[in-house]
Design a protein around this ligand. Sequence first.
Ligand code: ADP
Length: 282
Amino acid sequence: MTNRLDGKVVLITGAGSGLGREASQLFSSEGAKIAIVDIDGDRAEQTLKLVQEAGGEAIAITADVSQKDQIVAATDAAVEKFGKIDVTWANAGVVSRGGVPTVAGGEQVLFEDLTEQDWNDVLGVNLSGVIFTAQAAVPHMKANGGGTIIATSSAASFLAYHDISFYSATKAGVNGLVRALALDLGPFGIRVNGIAPTHGMSPNFLMPAGSPVVGQSYEQVAGPWVPFHSPIPLKLNRPPTLLDNAKVALFLASDDSAYMSGSVLNSADGGTIGRVGIWFPE
Ligand code: ADP
């Protein structure tokens, strides 16, 4: 433990699983008090248990980030419990229907057959949810003389993947929002940055349709590392983990990045993002 978040209060949405859960545990071990927010209350409680078992202090709050009143109430509850909010990480996200059928549990749907409801569902969580989460935090941060907002973007905001057009569009919107809010909120001492994970960070993630490796796990696809032929250029002989990415967010949450605002950082991807045709290894 290096106490990089000593005394800080951190709210993380989508903290009931995956990256948000991992980060809740990591940030807690660095001295932060955590507000664990998720639409799934059971998952949030499970993360709370993990944090508390490790000796951390946290609160689990059930809220749907696509509903402004719910994330405002959740943020207010966190401030009531811990007295302030230093860092808000708008991390909750959903994958759009039509892509990644192995994850979404659905069939592959053609772009022209996607519905208005499909669009509103993914937009509501991935972009409106980030806006509402930031709006909920800003008054508290202004009152506190500053703060840090982090948004979870995606490699899909920079690069094209098959069958997730709606998702990609919302994540590109997140990048624009990060840059705009860095301008608007900078004068109040509020930093705004993003993290753009590559796919495959959740342990249960399977490769999307359109890829020749559909249905395989990231680990199956990535290993073993072969010089110049592996999908992940960096030789570490292991796939990237949630912890690798949580550590990138830790940098953005901590004062180590005190002068950074308006950036969207690539995740810990071993150089994958620079590779053309990353899921079509020779
Ligand atoms: P990742 O791999 O990016 O961490 P996961 O699917 O594992 O993604 O985690 C996303 C989390 O976000 C889940 O725990 C899910 O319940 C949560 N979530 C999804 N939609 C909402 C929402 N509207 N409001 C709050 N949390 C949400």
